[in-house]
Design a protein around this ligand. Sequence first.
Ligand code: ATP
Ligand code: MG
Length: 300
Amino acid sequence: MKTKGIIKQARQFAKPFRVTQGDKFRLKDVDPAETLGLKSEDKPRAREALALGVHALAELQDKLYAQDQWAVLLIFQAMDAAGKDGAIKHVMSGVNPQGCQVYSFKAPSAEELDHDYLWRCTQRLPNRGSIGIFNRSYYEETLVVRVHPEFLEKQKLPPELVTKDLWNERFQDIRCFERYLTRNGVVVRKFFLHVSKKEQKRRFLERIENPEKNWKFSAGDAQEREHWDAYMDAYEDMIQHTATKEAPWYVVPADNKWFTRVVVAAAVIDALASLNLKYPQVGPEKVKELAVAKRALARR
Ligand code: ATP
Ligand code: MG
């Protein structure tokens, strides 16, 4: 299939999961096991589609890099074991590492806590021509920090600033920050990989039982399950308040990894394709220079 056809298909795949206006968004309306009618026996076809998508993505990224005007920021948020790492690994497998930066945000360090919460993220923003991936992000400030008020206490905020409006203020500031990025040529796309509590349990058990996956498991991850409902409320509120036309959320069903990856790839292709990327055209001076160089090369 030609790149044009892949782009068209990608649009169709990504669209059902895109949220650009949050007020009507309800998390319960997205089934984590959704596959848009594809069945388990369609997995090989989905893998083929992903391979084609990865190839198309590489082509688009090459132009993004050559043009050196736009930057693309992809943000991934999810509960543990929803498949963030795997989605990033598979979807980005074909891109040129020179034009791609991945950063994983963990619990903030002492130095980071001594600054405003966007500080550490602004330092990792992608440069023009590049795709930047945030594996977790400033959105943790409205998720884990909301579910665990003890994290907020560590942030050394002046007490008079910590009011009941804090979360709405954070949403507002994040919306403004993303609008600022957009106006600067940084295209923002956000992914929430939506896994069910039942599937997370199955994946945790697999991590415990399979020695090659033991390293991925930490007891703390299992403890967080006790706060599942609080997390879901925080995710829903976050999406309702920060889904915008310029920086949409994709709420991606994550109980089937093969499906998650196809949707993420589709959304990234759609974002890049919407930029109308082109290789830079050279001017008459450069054309002359090339002709001179060609003649010189022919002589030696
Ligand atoms: P992941 O859990 O993303 O797969 P990991 O297991 O390698 O990655 P962890 O050491 O678990 O890495 O780091 C991620 C943890 O950091 C998450 O539990 C997340 O909630 C926490 N975290 C991220 N940002 C913040 C923040 N701003 N404040 C507090 N905790 C945060
Ligand atoms: Mg972890």
